[in-house]
Design a protein around this ligand. Structure first.
Ligand code: NAP
Length: 413
């Protein structure tokens, strides 16, 4: 019988991770199985090399997406969410959203059903990866995107539908807001509670990982009671719960002559459109960015492009009870089963999962070895087409090269 156990929590909510731990996975659709196999090889390789057999992961498959539908008739079987909740941490490949079949995005459903309110996307340059920036090495940002509300809450009605007409009549008659009869309607809820818990997580992350600032990104000059309120509540949360370790940008200029006091995290805010300029022009001025859902979607893909594209960008969806780590790109269906695409996004998401388990030595080893492997010039097609003189390798060969590098680093250390 297997000795593997689930992750649990102590009375203070701190994770208790057994050395032989069960982690559920969803391999995903399209190229999901290719990149999942590669990521599993690398994660297992790192854990084995770093802990010499003392620690081990037992993987537990959750059929979801096309596989779930074939096996159970459901795209997201009911027990899938329960299994993730029970095991605290899970990892997933990309899932297809069947278009026009009345099914909501499975990815959005997982995030909302499990209340995984923080979408965490670190964006850091890996040496050797082609980038459109002159100094991509200056980019080291982590986006905390609110995952449960904003225009993503799914509250919308089609133009001309009885529901849209009812809302339009209410807005006209009761609220004196005039709008065209034919308008489609979407609702943008942003709440104090959900903003404050996101900002608290962003500040805690900045403190734990040595980031000098948290920027509240918003469009509050136009949407005062949603995006503007996000900004106000963000500053309030910093004062209420983190007064000892934070200082506002305003205070830095008024009280400290423009230089942040040693050890304090600067809380600042930027209007969304201006931030898009500033992360291009002066990327080293930004560390952690906390923002509502839609801004977060845009800025994290734009930042990923600055360091070489989505194929390299990891992501995690984290709540108070559990977390799901996932590749940030889609299923790239035209390459399915070809053992071709770049598995780095899922591999680096796996490293984030190991950080979450506090198995940071293995996580760091993955990040270093992936960087070394890219530098060696043996890369998947997407990078090879941009790196002159490189050799194109398949998805699994790339993963095996990372594991070999991990082994070599082990021998050298
Ligand atoms: P996509 O799957 O991300 O693929 C778009 C293009 O990006 C690919 O054709 C490829 O470009 C490049 N690409 C993506 N992943 C890559 C990788 N690992 N290595 C190298 N190149 C990669 O976007 P899509 O075609 O818009 O979406 C397809 C499906 O994925 C949809 O059903 C969508 O709903 C779903 N999706 C799921 C998630 C998720 O599960 N979180 C996220 C986004 C989309 P080239 O052809 O130029 O090489």
């Amino acid at each position: 019988m297997s000795s593997a156990e689930k992750i649990t929590r102590d009375a203070n909510g701190k994770l208790i991770v057994p050395d032989h731990v069960i982690i559920p996975f969803i391999e995903g659709d399209g190229t999901g199985p290719d990149i999942w196999r590669a990521a599993r090889t690398v994660i297992n390789g790192a854990v084995e090399h770093v802990y010499g057999g003392r620690r081990k992961i037992e993987w537990k498959e959750i059929p979801a997406g096309e596989k779930g539908y074939e096996q159970t008739g459901q795209w997201l079987p009911e027990q899938a969410l329960e299994i993730i909740r029970e095991h605290v941490a899970a990892i997933k490949g990309p899932l297809t959203t069947p278009v026009g079949k009345g099914i909501r995005s499975l990815n959005v459903t997982i995030r909302q059903a499990l209340d995984l309110y923080a979408c965490v996307r670190p964006v850091k340059y890996v040496e050797g990866v082609p980038s459109p920036m002159k100094h991509p090495e200056k980019i080291n940002m982590v986006v905390f995107r609110e995952n449960t509300e904003d225009v993503y809450a799914g509250i919308e009605w089609q133009s001309g539908s009885p529901e849209a007409q009812k809302v339009i009549a209410f807005l006209r008659d009761e609220m004196k807001a005039d709008l065209p009869e034919t308008a489609g309607i979407g609702v943008k809820p942003i709440s104090e509670k959900n903003t404050k818990r996101l900002v608290a997580r962003a500040i805690t992350y900045a403190a734990d990982n040595g980031y000098p600032s948290v920027t509240l990104m918003h469009k509050g000059n136009i949407m005062k009671f949603t995006e503007g309120a996000f900004c106000t509540w963000g500053y309030e949360k910093a004062k209420e719960s983190f007064a000892g370790i934070t200082v506002t940008e305003d205070e830095v200029y008024k009280k400290y002559d423009g230089k942040a006091p040693e050890g304090k995290i600067v809380i600042k805010d930027r209007i969304a459109d201006m931030l898009f300029q500033q992360v291009l022009l002066r990327p080293d001025e930004f560390g952690v960015i906390a923002t509502p859902n839609l801004n977060g979607d845009y800025i994290s893909d734009a930042l990923a492009a600055q360091v070489g594209g989505l194929g390299m960008a990891p992501g995690a969806n984290i709540g108070d009870k559990c977390a799901v780590f996932e590749a940030t790109h889609g299923t790239a269906p035209k390459y399915a089963g070809l053992d071709k695409v770049n598995p780095s996004s899922l591999i680096l998401s796996g490293a984030m999962m190991l950080d979450y388990l506090n198995w940071t030595e293995a996580a760091d080893r993955i990040r270093q070895s992936l960087g070394e492997t890219v530098k060696s010039g043996n890369v998947t097609y997407d990078l090879a087409r941009q790196i002159p003189g490189s050799r194109t390798v398949g998805c699994s060969e790339f993963a095996n090269a990372i594991v070999e590098t991990i082994g070599r680093m082990e021998d050298d250390s």
